[in-house]
Design a protein around this ligand. Structure first.
Ligand code: ATP
Ligand code: MN
Length: 317
């Protein structure tokens, strides 16, 4: 067993498989996190962290609450968990040593909200683009360009990264916006994207209504999370959520940047920091338009009930 110590953190079994069918070792994960610590930690710092962990012989699981026995130098923040009706303590990954400690726990995916701990205003918004089943990556790329056009038309700019999984994320740094207004602006941007090319992009929250189109998800705001740039994903080879220059987007291949290739393909610079524009003020008319659009999740729930009622009535008739 290859053990190691970095930054005072004991790293164990680095030569062992990270998890089932991933084709990488625990050392591959830890080395990636270490190499990208300078770029990854600023994206995580001060934000309640959720991690997806793996281990051989077990299904991956999402961990929000800090594990028992965490060193006392690991910073945490108390958070009310509505789903479990209790207070939990989430890790704040504020330094390299915490990142390494998490890596040693086989934490692979690093998910954070746009709302920092203790803050009242989000630092960004995201359009999360999800391709339909079996579609080529090209359709997501085309949709990302539509999002960019919708942003430009609204006087805004964003940065794009692969999710490391199937789709892409277009992130827009913002300032001075209440959470509800940021969420509304996201809905308006999604709707405008759909209007630009309705045969390609859809805001339909119900899967059956998408009909092979790319889903422009506007619901990842407030305390909900998005995977951080440079975070690996729990998929074979450990692909990484990779920043992409808009000019290179057409050639992007979502599976190419992995924990083993990221160092070479992304180089030593911080492309994500370079791509992200300064935080922007949201245009009032964009926010106002968004407030006229119902929240997708709530609308889908009402629509589901309406359809069930229609089915019952059809059955009765
Ligand atoms: P893909 O490209 O396959 O869509 P993704 O990371 O965008 O990958 P989504 O399912 O679209 O995955 O979700 C977007 C983000 O929402 C994720 O990055 C994650 O942070 C968060 N998320 C999604 N599902 C969950 C979940 N079940 N629990 C916690 N967070 C989730
Ligand atoms: Mn997605």
């Amino acid at each position: 067993m290859v053990d190691d110590e970095r930054d005072g953190v004991r790293l164990t079994s680095l030569d062992s498989p990270l998890g089932d069918g991933l084709g990488v070792t625990k050392g591959d994960l830890v080395d990636h996190l270490d190499a990208f610590a300078d770029r990854l930690v600023p994206l995580l710092a001060g934000r309640p962290l959720s991690v997806m962990r793996v281990r051989p012989g077990a299904a991956p699981f999402m961990q929000r609450n800090v594990p028992k026995g965490a060193p006392d130098w690991v910073a945490t923040v108390p958070v009310w968990s509505a789903s479990t009706s209790r207070q939990i303590h989430q890790v704040l990954c504020d330094d390299r040593r915490t990142l390494l400690w998490l890596g040693n726990q086989r934490a692979v995916e690093f998910h954070v909200p746009f709302l920092p701990a203790g803050a009242t205003r989000p630092t960004g918004l995201v359009l999360d683009l999800d391709p339909p089943e079996g579609a080529p990556f090209e359709v997501v790329v085309r949709t990302a360009h539509l999002v960019r056009r919708a942003l430009t038309d609204a006087g805004l700019a964003g940065a794009v990264k692969t999710s490391g999984s199937k789709g892409v994320h277009v992130v827009v740094p913002i300032r001075d916006a209440e959470p509800d207004d940021a969420a509304a602006a996201t809905r308006a941007l999604a709707a405008r994207t759909e209007r630009l090319e309705p045969e390609l992009a859809t805001t339909a929250y119900i899967k059956d209504d998408r009909h092979g189109r790319v889903f422009v998800d506007s619901t990842r705001s407030g305390t909900t999370t998005i995977v951080a740039a440079y975070s690996p994903r729990i998929r074979p080879g450990l692909p990484v959520s990779a920043p992409v220059d808009w000019a290179d987007l057409d050639d992007a291949d979502p599976g190419r940047v992995t924990v083993r290739t990221a160092g070479e393909l992304l180089g030593g610079g911080d492309l994500w920091a370079a791509e992200l524009p300064e935080p922007q003020q949201l245009p009032a008319e964009l926010v106002a338009e968004g407030h006229t659009i119902p929240v997708a999740r709530v609308a889908a729930m009402h629509e589901g009930r309406r359809r069930a009622r229609a089915r019952r009535e059809a059955g009765d008739g």
